[in-house]
Ligand binder design. Structure first.
Ligand code: S3P
Length: 418
């Protein structure tokens, strides 16, 4: 349990940790590439540590020096490995596709939360390429057996970057051409990194085409994670003024800014530049009066991990908000429709669950209370923002899960843990 006090003002300049999605891909793809690469500003949260552990088991050499990683790749993976993916959905889903094309067998497994999450969403599209991937009743452990892959057309029903990436990482080992399409565009870090590593890849709207390719190692300078910056941006909007430095603003990730536009949050993007193929900026956010908003399925993929926080902001806004098309939240590290609604209610807000989202009646002032993280990092961090912005503050049950994506979150927030 961690006590979080309410604050009248929250101001400051923040350097946030490296982007989780980009760090996973930089480690994984360089581990399966020809040559050596240096990754700087890597996120060394528990999920990315899981990716390092798996890639070492498959034969890559990875040296870690703070947030700088040196990766020596191995285009051929070791046989018969047991890959512990910990809590990380990105690790297990991307790696299932990557391993499936390498002609080796492997078992991929994880913790209780990961073992409850759906894996058929990767096994089924990979089967269209001829992959032999067996799940355990649709979940982990997942077993991959060697097979020759052939290119295929894969039409995904859900907008998931993890599933799309699994197909692309198998597609680069398949004979011929693989085309994967999805209903709404999801984050495109895999596409960008594959292109930078020399893969034959082409993006056309919501579909991506790859051909058989070998990868050449590439250095990656990881921008700060907008999903981590979002908590500090939200505190700026609620309680003062914050500047988050060097944040990745890849357009497939900036849904939080779309939500800010609708809520009426004042922000500016300063010092815009491009680094390592990804756009970055310093994001300045100022205290703003917010009004209720409507978000639908089209808006969701670009803010999928920020939706609990966006729902919380709606609880502090004037009027009613309606968020729909977000059924995917139910299969994250926790059922985030349920855990977010409970979080908002426990600190004095009004939030009703919908099958695929929320109705939130904004109150402007919330009292505070006790927030259970349910061991979900995004719920713990959203809870911390809610308590700081509340009238009386409160406690977070199981706060340490923040280490999954943001190990020094509470230090940066200025909250002491005992
Ligand atoms: C991620 C994709 C998203 C996101 C997750 C990271 C990725 O998951 O929620 O935190 O790095 O590809 P889905 O693909 O399941 O939407």
């Amino acid at each position: 349990m961690l006590s979080i006090g309410a604050r009248d003002i929250f101001e400051g300049e923040f350097e946030l940790p490296g982007d989780k999605s980009i760090t996973h891909r930089a480690i994984m793809l360089n581990s399966g590439a020809d040559g050596e690469a240096t990754i700087t500003n890597a996120l060394m949260g528990e999920d990315c540590v899981s990716t390092c552990r798996c890639m070492r088991s498959l034969g890559a050499n990875i040296e870690v020096d703070g947030t700088t990683l040196r990766v020596s790749g191995t285009p051929r993976f070791r046989r018969g490995t047991e890959l512990n993916c910990g809590n990380s959905g990105t690790t297990i889903r991307l790696l299932t596709g990557f391993v499936a094309g390498k002609g080796v067998d492997a078992k991929l497994y994880g913790d209780d939360s990961l073992s409850s999450r759906p894996m058929n969403r990767v096994a089924e599209p990979l089967a269209l390429l001829g992959a032999n991937v067996q799940t355990t009743d649709g979940r982990a452990p997942v077993y991959v057996y060697p097979s020759e892959l052939r290119g295929a057309r894969v039409e995904l029903k859900i907008a998931s970057a993890q599933v799309k990436s699994a197909v692309l990482l198998a597609g680069i080992s398949a004979e011929g051409e693989t085309v994967v399409s999805q209903p709404v565009r999801s984050r495109d870090h895999t596409e960008r990194m594959l292109a930078a590593m020399g893969a034959d890849i082409c993006v056309d709207g919501n579909s991506v085409k790859v051909k058989k390719s070998t990868l050449t190692a590439v250095d990656v300078c990881v921008p700060s994670d907008i999903s981590s910056a979002a908590y500090f941006m939200a505190l700026g909007a609620l309680k003062g003024k914050t500047l988050c430095k060097n944040v990745g603003i890849n357009p497939t990730r900036t849904g939080i800014l779309t939500a800010f536009d609708k809520l009426g949050v004042q922000y500016s993007l300063l010092n815009k530049r491009v680094s390592g193929g990804e756009e970055t900026a310093d994001i300045l956010v100022q205290r703003s009066d917010m009004q209720g908003i409507t978000l639908t399925a089209e808006d969701v993929p670009a803010m999928i991990d920020e939706l609990p926080l966006v729902a919380l902001l709606c609880a502090f806004a004037d009027g009613e908000s309606r968020i729909t098309g977000a059924k995917e939240l139910r299969v994250k590290e926790s059922d985030r429709v349920k855990t977010t609604a409970e979080l908002i209610r426990n600190i004095g807000g009004e939030c009703e669950e919908l099958p695929d989202g929320f109705i939130i009646r904004g109150k402007k002032k919330l009292t505070g209370g006790i927030v259970n993280s349910y061991l979900d990092h995004r719920i713990a961090m959203t809870g911390a923002v809610g308590l700081i912005a509340s009238e009386k503050g409160g406690d977070i049950v199981d706060p340490d899960c923040c280490a999954i994506s943001f190990p020094d979150f509470f230090d940066k927030l200025g909250v002491k843990s005992y």
